[in-house]
Design a binder for this molecule. Structure first.
Ligand SMILES: Cc1ncc(COP(=O)(O)O)c(C=O)c1O
Length: 448
């Protein structure tokens, strides 16, 4: 494709004639031509700094040479083994390697999938089968995927339209900026956990529940970082009733929170950890590591013809190599601290910013109409994200009110990348505050 590509808007209109809107959420007219490292080029050959990383997939950066090399080698060997019947060494070795990364993965057994959605769905199914209990606990604002089971444990507005599995009790996540009880941590004594304990002690008997699905950091719910001891306290409560702790690390695993496993960042050893997105740097692959008694109870109850695909496994080996050899989790921790500090400085100049928060390289900037009422500034958020795109920075927004700018850059970023992004964020928010981003431009994407 050449640099004089037709207008990006007309291309999106062409797309809308042939694809269902169920397949997209868009923020600006970005049409990809090429991706490399921390950069993305559009079909007009414009370069963007990528602080979205394809929704937290490109932890090692786009098209990492080591991923390309391993994948190319594998393509010449075999691409279509159905692991269900014809296992291969590379997949076994991969699980052995992941088990060795930390004490949270040690001793656990693997079950495979293609995506975050289907692995969470599979875990849901296995827990029902193994425990004989029907209920689950999950969180308001959670996102666990799009299949019927993972949709049911999710807690976004969309689930109000359809919540196929009725036995899911949805409870508040520790969203301290908007604490439901109006309390402050640590004085609150984690009332949100006490509330769950109260439910399990009273109206919903704890021994009727199979498990709890929880995100280490609630990302799509607004990049909500829980207090440091939230997961540990929740773990204690649910263990009173023998529920399985399912930590959904699909989005923030593989180094993003500053440790390889987010479970380590929050000091818990879940019964099940689900993984996906960054595992294979964009090739379809997901996995759950789980207690042996769950993984082994019924043979052949969670398998797919094409999973794990050998090319995906090759990419996963290379991704793991790059993360471990380059200490990318440490880099995520230090760059995340630096980015958070820089964003706090930006916040001082803009009343539109109500809160900035983050853990490692998953960060959120929450926009509000004013800091007193905290009314969500949803239109302004859409405009800010759009303006960032115009200025050459890729981001997206999240949250129950679509008013949180999410930053999930590749874990390979350095201070110069952070400085560049922060300058653009500062400028974009300034432009929104001063009315320099017209509604018409953004309307096509923002749904208002
Ligand atoms: C925490 C979490 N779990 C599961 C999923 C679903 O993953 P996928 O889109 O690969 O099905 C997502 C996707 O955003 C996610 O953020």
């Amino acid at each position: 494709m050449s640099g004089d590509f037709p207008d990006l808007f007309s291309l999106l209109e062409r797309e809308r004639k042939v694809t269902g809107s169920t397949v997209y959420i868009r923020f600006y007219p970005m049409i990809i031509k090429r991706m490399e490292g921390v950069y993305v080029w559009d079909v007009k050959d414009r370069r963007y700094l990528d602080f979205n990383a394809s929704w937290a997939v490109a932890n090692v950066g786009h098209s990492h040479p080591r991923v390309i090399e391993k994948v190319s080698d594998q393509l010449k060997k075999f691409i279509s083994a159905s692991y269900t019947t014809f296992p291969y060494v590379e997949a076994i070795e991969y699980v052995e390697r992941i088990r060795g990364v930390s004490s949270v993965s040690e001793g656990k057994k693997a079950v495979f999938g293609h995506s975050g959605s289907d692995i969470n769905d599979g875990v849901y199914k296995l827990l029902l089968l193994v425990t004989g209990r029907e209920r689950m606990v999950s969180f308001i604002g959670a996102y666990h995927g799009q299949t019927l089971g993972s949709y049911s444990v999710s807690g976004h507005k969309a689930q109000a339209m359809l919540s196929p599995y009725k036995e899911v009790i949805k409870v508040p996540y520790p969203y301290c900026y908007r604490c439901l009880w109006g309390l402050r941590y640590p004085g609150c004594n984690l009332k949100c956990v006490k509330y769950i304990e109260y439910l399990l002690d009273t109206v919903y008997p704890g021994d009727t529940f199979a498990g709890v699905f929880v995100e280490p950091v609630q990302s799509d719910g607004g990049d909500v970082v829980p207090p440091p001891d939230f997961h540990r306290k929740l773990f204690q409560v649910i263990k009173k009733y023998d529920l399985a702790y399912v930590m959904d690390e699909v989005k923030v695993g593989f180094g993003r929170t500053g440790k390889f496993f987010a479970s380590d960042t929050f000091g818990v050893k879940p019964d099940i950890i689900t993984m996906g997105k960054p595992m294979a740097s964009g090739f379809p692959l997901s996995m759950a590591l789980m207690r042996e008694d769950i993984a082994d109870k019924y043979e052949g109850t969670h398998l797919f013809t094409l999973s794990p695909n050998p090319v995906s496994i090759a990419a996963a080996h290379a991704t793991l190599d790059v993360i471990l050899d380059n200490d990318l989790a440490d880099n995520a921790a230090s760059m995340g601290d630096y980015l958070l500090r820089s964003l706090k400085e930006v916040m001082a100049n803009h009343d539109l910013i109500g809160d900035v928060r983050g853990k490692g390289l998953i960060l959120g900037i929450e926009l509000v109409m004013d800091r007193e009422s905290k009314a969500p500034a949803s239109a302004e958020t859409a405009k800010a994200v759009y303006r960032m795109w115009e200025l050459g920075l890729l981001t997206a927004y999240t949250g129950m009110h679509s008013n949180v700018i999410e930053l999930t850059p590749p874990l390979i970023i350095n201070r110069e990348h952070v400085d560049e992004a922060v300058n653009l964020i500062d400028k974009a928010i300034d432009d929104v505050e001063h009315g320099r981003v017209p509604d018409e431009k953004v309307r096509m994407f923002a749904g208002w």
